[in-house]
Design a protein around this ligand. Structure first.
Ligand SMILES: [Fe+2]
Ligand SMILES: [Fe+2]
Length: 287
């Protein structure tokens, strides 16, 4: 696998905070969009420090880590543009809330072990790999009539997340999961700890942002709008339960390996739009 870096040219200028018909879906994704901005530069710093520890007999992993860093370094920059568009639509506190996650991550780097940080990173990445599948195979009902620019940001990002899904898993295992004992204790149990920790931590963060945006929206909602929103939330919860939780459970299997996941339908075809000559490719960019 050679990880390709792509440089999107997406027009964020007209994206509305309510960019999909289902308000709960829009705001769930909007809240999640504030995760990459602090997490991905943190991941890059983490892997830049861990790359030196990769065993010499694994040059492929070193190459994958460098490709991973190149891809992540584009992701959070695009989310910044999207997030700024959201903030200016009447949600100023999002910027402040975003700092809370950045502060937590700094604390992890300072106070927690490399093993913990890599297990957390793998947990974050494994959520991205599941999202890749959901975006490409299960999201049509939510995306009907949605803003194509917002959709392009998410599908490009989640496709690349899928593409590099095993890099953090592999580096974590190369550093801490080699041998039978380490394979069981670190490769399985501690990996799950990192996964659950990351999931609870990041979902908790996103929930705060979601609730804040909904609270602002409710101030100007009519009774009919409120009723529609309640139905949207019910539909979105059912959607999540149906498409997100079953693949999530697979992460708990002892033989879980993200590298073995089936590529979602149409994923690489979609990514071509972000490569030279494609609809969303930045003119003159490599790739
Ligand atoms: Fe990313
Ligand atoms: Fe990633």
């Amino acid at each position: 696998m050679t990880l390709k870096v792509r440089y999107p040219d997406i027009d964020y200028s007209k994206i509305k905070a309510h960019w999909a018909r289902n308000l709960a879906f829009s705001h769930d994704r909007n809240a999640s969009s504030f995760i990459p901005q602090p997490v991905e530069p943190w991941l890059i710093r983490l892997l830049q420090s861990a790359i030196e520890k990769i065993p010499a007999d694994d040059p492929k992993l070193r190459e994958d880590v460098l490709g991973f860093i190149r891809q992540e370094s584009q992701h959070y920059k695009q989310h910044r543009l999207f997030n700024d568009r959201l903030i200016e639509q009447g949600y100023p506190k999002l910027r402040e809330l975003e700092q809370e996650l950045a502060a937590d991550l700094e604390r992890f780097l300072k106070d927690r072990s490399l093993k913990f940080c890599l297990a957390y990173a793998d947990g974050f990445e494994s959520l991205g790999a599941i999202s890749g599948q959901v975006w490409f195979e299960n999201s049509d009902e939510m995306l009907e009539g949605a803003d194509p620019n917002a959709e392009a940001l998410w599908k490009w990002h989640m496709a690349e997340e899928f593409e590099h899904r095993e890099v953090c898993y592999d580096i974590y295992h190369a550093l801490f999961g080699r041998g039978i004992w380490n394979g069981i204790v670190n490769g399985y149990f501690y990996r799950l700890y990192g996964f659950i920790f990351a999931m609870v931590h990041l979902r908790g963060f996103a929930a705060k942002l979601y609730n804040y945006m909904i609270e602002i929206d409710k101030e100007t909602m009519s009774e009919a709008d409120k009723e529609k929103f309640e139905q949207d939330e019910k539909d979105f919860k059912a959607f999540q339960k149906k498409h997100f939780f079953a693949p999530l459970l697979k992460n708990f299997l002892p033989w879980y390996d993200p590298g073995n996941k089936r590529t979602p339908r149409g994923l690489f075809e979609y990514l071509r739009q972000f490569e030279a000559g494609g609809k969303y490719a930045k003119a003159g960019a490599r790739g």
